[in-house]
Write a protein that binds this ligand. Structure first.
Ligand code: ADP
Length: 164
């Protein structure tokens, strides 16, 4: 019923979207009625792709998931979640490396808004090591990235690096 839908947001930089992200999106989509992927600019990470490009890449990859949408956000995560009417924030948890940062962020977000829960999901074991940062590094050195990102994304990265 409209208004009672369970809505989740999945925030991130998605520079670019990987098979790890997509696995989390598919798992997350089962937990909520609507999942809104929030793409943040994050200039501190010196992205390879603009927000508009990253959104277009995500849109292309979620085309078969009717309950999933993607928007840009440039605000406090809790404000973004509230604006979308979300009660859940989804985050993917990889190895221990992610834990400290995620723990701190979830804890502080809880202080900011206790009505919105952060939920951590694990990607398929084979996809857990994938990180956008490493995908870009491998591609810059001429390595193959097609095991880590969708084919169209691998082509976009190659083009950005002037290899196509
Ligand atoms: P951020 O800049 O917020 O870390 P990312 O785009 O790097 O954004 O990641 C968004 C979310 O997806 C984060 O919660 C991150 O831990 C998760 N994530 C990224 N890659 C994977 C993966 N391979 N397995 C599980 N979770 C992942």
């Amino acid at each position: 019923m409209a208004g009672r839908d369970r809505i989740g947001v999945y925030p991130g930089t998605f520079d670019p979207i990987t098979l790890g992200h997509l696995d989390i999106i598919r798992r997350g989509a089962h937990l909520v009625d609507r999942l809104v992927i929030g793409v943040t600019n994050n200039p501190a990470k010196s992205p390879m792709f603009t927000v508009a490009e990253r959104i277009a890449m995500v849109e292309r990859e979620i085309a078969d998931l009717p309950s999933v949408s993607v928007v840009e956000f440039d605000s406090l995560l809790m404000d973004f979640a509230e604006r979308e009417g979300a009660t859940l924030i989804l985050r993917g948890l990889r190895a221990v490396a992610d834990f400290e940062y995620e723990y701190q962020m979830a804890g502080m977000n809880q202080q900011l808004n206790d009505r919105i829960e952060t939920v951590f999901l694990m990607a398929d074991v084979c996809l857990q090591p994938i990180a956008s940062r490493l995908v870009k590094e491998i591609a810059r050195y001429g390595g193959k990235i097609d095991k880590f990102v969708p084919a169209a994304v691998a082509a976009d990265v190659a083009e950005r690096l002037g290899r196509k």
